[in-house]
Design a protein around this ligand. Structure first.
Ligand SMILES: [Zn+2]
Length: 248
């Protein structure tokens, strides 16, 4: 079975990409949209991509994630959290602090309203005075309860992302040094690979977007190319050499 079976999808029609096989040389050659192949250009476009190209792209992406995750775990986690929540961890912390304040004020308001109600009931304050004061506190209470709802949803969302990232790290860490993709590696790491149609720029240069969706964390769209990647890679290689020298 080819390692990518069932994983590679067409970005436009969502069907799986068909894999072509060169019997003579006994190797896979490329992928193209299944719908296009079977129903033609009325239904989709080819979305063709070479086997080697896709293989190399995925291999490099896995290694890049693995190396950065291993050598710079904190920054890697921050990057993922920021990419997934579009907010930094500091903002989640701010939400937590705000939630605390909101909870405190809700408790205060509840006390105030009870006291007011009791005072009115015991005729310590007039009905008029009660009517003048209570609605304002009640409105504040409603607004704060809505705010509370928003904050807890946001915190829960960040926590879920955080847990997923923590589950993903030990899996990706293992793959800093892989040189080829196996069905096992792909199955463990990859949810799906979405291939877009090639785009030809005005100057004739071609580009093709491939979105690699990982298990747990989804698609990692690197907003910035990690500049230190090559340095990090060199450091990892160095580290491995040192390790094997020590064990030898
Ligand atoms: Zn298609």
């Amino acid at each position: 079975m080819q390692p990518f079976a069932g994983l590679v999808k067409c970005a436009d029609c969502g069907s799986s990409l068909n894999v072509s096989y060169d019997k003579k040389h006994g190797r896979y050659t490329g992928f193209s949209c299944w719908v296009y192949k079977n129903y033609g250009k009325e239904r989709c476009t080819s979305h063709a991509i070479g086997w080697k190209t896709l293989n190399q792209l995925v291999l490099e992406d896995i290694r890049r994630n693995a190396i950065i995750a291993r050598t710079n775990t904190g920054e890697y986690m921050d990057m993922l959290i920021a990419a997934k929540t579009e907010k930094k961890k500091t903002e989640t912390d701010r939400c937590r602090r705000e939630l605390k304040k909101v909870d405190k004020r809700i408790a205060e308001l509840s006390k105030i309203l009870t006291k007011l109600y009791e005072d009115a009931a015991l005729e310590k304050i007039s009905e008029e005075r009660y009517q003048a004061m209570a609605p304002g506190y009640e409105r504040e209470q409603v607004v704060l309860k809505e705010k509370r709802e928003e904050l807890t949803t946001e915190i829960a969302h960040s926590e879920e992302i955080y847990e997923n990232i923590e589950a993903f790290l030990p899996v990706i860490w293992k793959y800093t040094n892989i040189t080829e993709l196996t069905p096992h590696i792909l199955n463990e790491l990859i949810e799906k690979i979405v291939v877009h149609e090639k785009v030809v720029a005005e100057d004739g240069s071609k580009s093709q977007q491939v979105d690699i969706h990982y298990k747990f964390i989804g698609c990692v769209n690197w907003k910035r190319e990690p500049a230190s990647y090559e340095t990090i890679e060199a450091a990892v290689l160095q580290e491995h050499q040192t390790l094997s020298e020590q064990t030898a």
